[in-house]
Design a protein around this ligand. Structure first.
Ligand code: FAD
Length: 290
């Protein structure tokens, strides 16, 4: 990631994540979101990639990342998954990204979904990272994902961190964490990762909870633990949507203040394509990034 134009390298980062609109919704909706997010001046915006790999070579991810770069002059990070893709499909997407001048990739395995055909070319994100490096002569900067509360497929944190180290050794120069609601879990994870010799920046993934359905889905998917303070918020405001949204924003701000004052490398905000929420959080914490 090239910060030469807009950031000193050792500053705490503030980045956002967006996702392409669902197939049947209008692509224009994401332009409106980006239009508002750009005013918040993030260090980069990452764009998720669909689970199937079916759009490889012509993905919405690449299209949106190009707009982030060309229209808003913000560094884009394009997510790329591999478990459902063949080498030919990955090649097509890498060529597409290169053609559009996208240099940063968050290289992921992707979830193993029963109704999507699994291809056998890549088993882990580290295989994808090795492949990108072998085939792109250093053109791409590679990011990886990490899991403060252990990835669901891993038997324990020690195994998961040792697998994470393989990913970093393969060339992931920057890690972004899964969402979490208990900062203590993140600090424990970072300590163990550092002891294991993982020395690349680790950004903390924060998802502001703005509705109850969202939290239920996320927790089932990623197994994040819910501190009692957080559960009380959910219980108290579950039938008051505006109150829940505001309490979710306040909870995220509280988490971020604690993380920044503990010197984390950066905050990666899962914006859920909601610029209102991103703006509220940005306004509250922007001056705390040192
Ligand atoms: P890996 O790093 O391959 O790890 C997966 C499992 O395999 C872990 O249990 C790990 O311990 C184990 N493992 C890893 N390497 C090895 C090895 N060499 N040998 C043995 N075991 C190993 N999904 C999408 O579909 N699209 C997205 O855009 C997307 N964006 C994401 C962004 C972030 C920040 C995060 C945290 C997740 C994202 N995901 C996305 C979800 C992600 O695809 C899933 O969590 C997936 O299950 C794991 O992906 P990974 O890249 O972390 O896998």
């Amino acid at each position: 990631m090239d910060f030469s134009n807009n950031k000193e390298k050792d500053k705490q980062l503030f980045s956002f994540e967006v996702f392409p609109p669902k197939k049947d919704s209008n692509i224009e909706t994401i332009y409106k979101t980006l239009e508002e997010l750009k005013d918040l001046n993030p260090d980069f915006i990452s764009v998720t990639y669909g689970a199937g790999g079916r759009e490889a070579g012509n993905s919405k991810t690449c299209e949106i990342a190009s707009i982030i770069k060309d229209k808003y002059n913000i560094i884009p990070v394009a997510h790329l998954t591999c478990v459902n893709s063949s080498k030919a499909e990955v090649d097509a997407e890498l060529t597409n990204l290169k053609k559009h001048g996208i240099k940063n990739i968050l290289a992921l395995r992707g979830d193993i979904v029963p109704d999507i055909e699994r291809k056998n070319d890549f088993a882990h994100a580290s295989d994808l990272i090795n492949y990108i490096n072998e085939h792109s002569q250093g053109y791409f900067e590679i990011f990886g994902a990490c899991y403060p509360e252990v990835h669901v497929d891993a038997p324990d944190i020690i195994t998961d961190i040792s697998n994470l180290k393989k990913k970093v050794e393969a060339g992931a120069g920057h890690l972004i964490s899964q969402l979490f609601f208990d900062n203590g879990k993140f600090y424990d994870f970072c300590e163990k990762a550092r002891i294991a010799g993982i020395n690349v920046p680790i950004e903390a993934g924060i998802m502001p909870v703005t509705n109850k359905k969202q939290i239920e889905r996320m927790v089932t998917m990623c197994g994040a633990s819910l501190p009692s303070k957080f559960v009380k918020v959910l219980q108290r405001y579950e039938y008051a949507p505006e109150a829940l949204r505001d309490a979710g924003i306040a909870y995220a701000i509280d988490q971020i203040v604690d993380l920044l004052s503990n010197g984390v490398d950066g905050i990666h905000l899962y914006t859920m394509n909601n610029p209102y929420v991103a703006k509220k959080i940005n306004d509250a914490v922007r001056n705390l990034f040192l």
